[in-house]
Write a protein that binds this ligand. Structure first.
Ligand code: NAI
Length: 730
């Protein structure tokens, strides 16, 4: 679908020439009503002329577009917005583009050179945007562009005044992005490069020609479209290339000791480490920035050696890994199940939620993700502090990831006991990742397995492994638009309600505690959003049947504020549903690399299997493959180490599904849907499959002629030979 601006009112300042003109034409071409503002000055801000704006308006109208001219200076922001209101009744988009140059080497910069530049660029953008703000806020839509410059980002000889104003605009944009987001007002900044009269004095003529403003305008249009959820971004753009910029911060070094003065010598001595960008972090907010400072403060106050590197607090995997935590018990009844269901947003508004909310319901059940609650008791009771070899700063601990697998549907009451063990500790450079495995039992029966991945900021660098075969890893979603998106809003009291299920951390309720943690307000529990996302999947793909739930994995990417709306995007791949959860208001991904594994529906299973029955020739081959795996499984697993999926079609329809697992255990052949990860999937008709295995059809030819379709890691196809050879005699 092409991006239309039909019905939108756009103001472009300084649109009489250069980049602004191009934006105005492009918006008008796509249906916008455009206010073409231009004071008609020379590049230094002298003179005044209405012709520039008029010409562009004429151009737009000649092509059947809608436009009016405005000749005021951007310093009179109200007048520009009034033009939009008078002509078109509203204002949706403001592109702050007008600008001039007064380049001087710094000592020769006069007051006028300085003030004019600040007035036109910075104050002008402020005036225009402020005049538009309340209109945008009321209509709950607004898109704003600030125009910065590489000179501002990097500095440029002779442009002290200009670079100061240009980077000032970025600061302005950063804050507007925060203040506007809840009203759907998004503000982004561009640093363009284009041939115009501003650049013709500094660039060679052929470059001025080549760097056409039309290679910048499409970015501006996208950022201003209602579909675009980008907010607070900074982009360099020119010649058709677009890149995004962000801040990076070195891990830094604390150069102070408790109760001792901080000295410039200590700073000097640690200078290299202060400036070392290895394992740099990328703070994205004042909260994140402040958090590390506050954390350092408490660290220094509690021990604090001079030069103590926050990256290397004592982690000794040798003594920590394998350590068993004292077991914990958890007794519960239907009240806990219902409270949890309410905590993760279930409501009597939805009839099908009743089975989780009403103990008298004939199918009364506990939500599968309640499975984290009994096992987290072990964390909450004993925490990480009891683990030997883990001398870390507990203010730096973040719940990074969670895996939950259920082996039985959860009971709705009883006493469960959990056993926890430190499965591994990974050295992620910027921090240590502690993998804590918790098995939970009902009597002797294993009910669930949880893996808590706890990230300890600044505790990396101890020389440990970066990955572990113990880790349940998160997986990126497929590279296509989600199959389903479900939206669901948390309430203002979501965290207050969720905490009653057992995680009493004041971070989720107490504003002053949250502030110390570096958050503007108490945040929602990650495991609460986790519960939301899981039940979205259960409803969408398993008819709310808890017995269909097998496992879930999520990575907690960003916090959610109570009251925000969650958007769960789902991609179904066999029995695995990949998910990604975003905060609707900000577009921030909060649960990343996540997935839910489901069991096949009991009723559907025989039907699926019978699909493959009978008349498929390929069945014989798979039966033989199955026998070979039984005989030689371990050897094949060593040789091949991959999982192959097969979709066999008959008369153009899916007729059978097989998975040859030569990766796990001693290998296996599965018929029907497969819940694990498949490395490569082949789709081929029954007839062509037989041609291939009998050596009558070359697999490569089959691929190029479209008879054999391949998804996933195509390189692994080569290994198939090991299992497919010798079928010619069949
Ligand atoms: P331009 O000189 O072709 O266009 C700027 C327009 O702004 C002119 O038509 C001018 O009359 C108008 N203008 C100046 N003062 C005004 C005021 N007080 N009120 C209303 N209109 C006013 O320049 P160009 O290259 O198209 O630049 C557009 C924006 O992009 C500027 O903000 C500039 O600083 C920025 N920029 C451009 C770069 C480039 O490579 N062209 C590089 C980096 C930034």
């Amino acid at each position: 679908m092409s991006l239309s601006f039909e019905g939108k009112v756009v103001l472009v300042t300084g649109a009489g020439g250069g980049l602004g003109r191009e934006y105005a034409l492009a918006f008008a071409k796509r249906g916008a009503s455009v206010v073409v503002n231009d004071l008609g000055v020379d590049t230094k801000g002298g003179g005044k002329n209405s012709a520039a704006a008029d010409k562009v308006v004429e151009e737009i109208r000649a092509k059947g577009g809608k436009a009016v001219a405005n000749y005021d200076s951007v310093e009179d922001g109200e007048k520009l917005i009034q033009s939009a209101l008078d002509a078109f009744g509203k204002i949706d988009v403001v592109v702050n583009n007008a600008g001039i140059l007064r380049d001087r080497s710094f000592p020769r910069t006069s007051d006028l050179d300085w003030d004019l530049i600040q007035r036109i660029h910075l104050r002008g953008s402020f005036q225009v945007t402020r005049a538009a703000w309340n209109h945008m806020k009321k209509q709950k839509f607004g898109r704003i562009i600030m125009t910065a410059s590489a000179a501002g980002i990097y500095g440029n000889f002779g442009q002290a005044n200009y670079s100061a104003a240009k980077l000032g605009l970025l600061g302005l944009s950063n804050t507007l992005a925060i203040e506007g987001s809840k009203y759907n007002i998004f503000c982004n900044t561009i640093a363009p490069v284009a041939g115009s009269r501003l650049t013709e004095t500094v660039m060679p003529p052929d470059l001025v020609q080549a760097l056409k403003p039309e290679f910048v305008a499409p970015l501006v249009l996208w950022l201003c479209h209602e579909q675009c959820q980008e907010n607070g971004g900074l982009f360099e753009v020119g010649a058709g290339w677009i890149g995004k910029l962000r801040w990076e911060r070195s891990l830094g070094r604390t150069v102070r000791q408790k109760n001792k003065p901080m000295t410039p010598e200590a700073v000097r001595d640690q200078w290299d480490q202060i400036c070392d960008f290895t394992d740099a972090t990328r703070p994205t907010s004042v909260q994140e920035s402040l958090q590390s400072v506050v954390n350092e403060l408490s660290r220094v106050e509690s021990d604090g050696e001079v030069g103590a590197n926050p990256t290397s607090a004592g982690v000794n995997p040798a003594s920590a890994v394998g350590h068993k935590l004292p077991p914990a018990t958890f007794t519960f009844n239907h009240t806990n199940c219902i409270l949890y269901a309410l905590g993760v947003g279930m409501s009597t508004k939805d009839q099908d939620h009743l089975r989780f909310l009403f103990e008298g319901h004939e199918d009364f059940s506990c939500l599968p993700t309640f499975g984290v609650i009994p096992s987290q008791a072990i964390m909450l009771e004993h925490g990480l502090s009891s683990i030997p070899g883990l001398d870390i700063d507990f203010t730096q601990v973040l719940h990074g990831e969670q895996y939950l697998e259920l082996f039985k549907p959860l009971p709705t009451s009883g006493t469960l006991h959990s056993e926890g063990i430190v499965a591994d500790i990974l050295d992620k450079g910027s921090g240590a990742l502690v993998l804590l495995d918790v098995h939970t039992y009902n009597g002797d029966e294993l009910i669930s397995f949880n893996q808590f991945s706890v990230f300890v900021v600044g505790a990396g660098g101890f020389g440990g492994n970066r990955t572990s075969n113990k880790a349940k890893v998160s997986l990126p979603p497929p590279k296509r638009a989600p199959d389903v998106v479900v939206s669901d809003c948390t309430t203002r009291d979501q965290a207050a309600l969720y905490r009653l299920s057992g995680d009493w951390n004041p971070l989720h309720i107490d504003p002053s505690f949250a502030e110390i943690g570096g958050f503007q307000a108490p945040i929602l529990h990650g495991l609460c959003s986790f519960g939301f996302a899981a039940r979205h999947v259960l409803k969408q793909y398993a008819d709310n049947d808890p017995s269909r739930f097998k496992a879930i994995k999520v990575r907690f990417a960003k916090p959610v504020m109570p009251g925000q709306c969650l958007q769960t995007e789902m991609w179904k791949e066999g029995n695995r549903v990949h998910i990604q959860c975003k905060v609707k208001e900000t577009g921030n991904v909060v649960l990343a690399g996540a997935y839910v594994d489901l069991h096949e529906a009991a009723a559907a299973a025989p039907e699926k299997i019978s699909q493959g029955g009978g008349d498929l020739q390929s069945e014989l081959v798979f039966a033989e493959i199955g026998r070979r795996i039984q005989d030689l499984g371990s050897e094949l697993v060593k040789k091949v180490n991959a999982v192959f999926g097969w979709e066999i079609t008959k008369d153009g329809k899916n007729a059978a599904q097989w998975t040859i697992d030569l990766k796990n255990g001693s290998g296996a052949l599965h018929q029907g849907p497969f819940s694990g990860k498949v490395d490569v999937t082949f789709t081929v008709s029954d007839e062509d499959f037989m041609e291939v295995v009998q050596g009558k059809l070359n697999p490569q030819q089959a691929f190029f002629s479209g008879k054999l379709k391949v998804r996933g890691n195509i390189m692994l196809s080569q290994k198939l030979e090991v299992i497919l050879k010798d079928y010619a005699k069949l």
